[in-house]
Design a protein around this ligand. Structure first.
Ligand code: ADP
Ligand code: MG
Length: 232
């Protein structure tokens, strides 16, 4: 069931619900970071947005508990209930649904990928992370959904991100044209249930989220609004 505090916020020009799954076998890759930032960005764009947190660690759900703003709605759930939760999101008018998953390439991640319009695979540009990504790429391929690696926590002022992207492309992976840099705002902003863009609205972290958000809107065919607005 959807939580009590859920409010349907009607938006003009509503679109059919788009689902984006964050999957990666590696812990600490940035699944939850991307989930909460992209969902909040969509909410600020006037999209009725929800996150389903499928990770038993419930990091996104705890973030939602700390959050003062009503949007995005964050619901904790198990894979077995995913179809029912997706239906509830749709019935509650959700236009943008983000699935955050545990660091596993298991049945839950596979199910999340299969029900999604787009799979994002966050990955740090570090040797162990790049090595471990293969299983996740195979899982996304089996789901037959558009899947992109999003490089995350890229060291600033270095060629490491570019080299990692080239290496991944060479292995046949699709790499998002935008990445997230290692920035304090991404970690600090979430402490009290906010996001980097709310913590530092004109900061570089906010700009990076903006770029990825607009890029993914193009992929899932969800028009962006001209002016971002504050989450309700
Ligand atoms: N781009 C970034 N810059 C700074 N810190 C980051 C960045 N991405 C993630 N982190 C931090 O790294 C840790 C792991 O990120 P998280 O999103 O929880 O990974 P996952 O959900 O894949 O396990 C968190 O403490 C998060 O705040
Ligand atoms: Mg997580």
């Amino acid at each position: 069931m959807w939580t009590d505090g859920y409010k349907y916020i009607p938006t003009c020009g509503a679109v059919a619900m788009k689902i984006v799954a964050l999957i990666s076998q590696k812990g600490g890759a940035g699944k939850t970071t991307l989930a909460v930032h992209l969902a909040s960005r969509a909410a600020a764009d006037g999209r009725t947005t929800a996150i389903i947190d499928l990770d038993p660690q419930a990091t996104a759900a705890s973030w939602g508990d700390r959050r003062v703003a009503n949007a995005p709605e964050v619901v904790s759930g198990q894979a077995v209930r995913l179809p029912a939760l997706i239906k509830a999101a749709e019935e509650n008018g959700a236009e943008f649904l983000v699935l955050d998953t545990a660091p596993n390439a298991d049945q839950t991640a596979s199910l999340a990928a299969r029900v999604s319009d787009l799979v994002l695979i966050p990955c740090r540009p570090a040797a162990f992370d790049l090595e471990a990504i293969e299983t996740t790429l195979l899982l996304a391929k089996a789901a037959a959904k558009p899947a992109y690696v999003v490089l995350n926590a890229v060291p600033p002022r270095s060629s490491i991100g570019k080299e990692a992207a080239e290496g991944l492309s060479g292995r046949g992976a699709q790499v998002a044209p935008y990445s997230l840099t290692q920035r304090a705002a991404f970690a600090h902003g979430v402490i009290d249930g906010r996001t980097a863009q709310e913590f530092e609205p004109n900061g570089k972290a906010a700009q990076e989220i903006d770029q990825i958000y607009k890029w993914l809107c193009g992929l899932v065919d969800m028009p962006t609004r001209r002016h971002a607005r504050k989450a309700a």
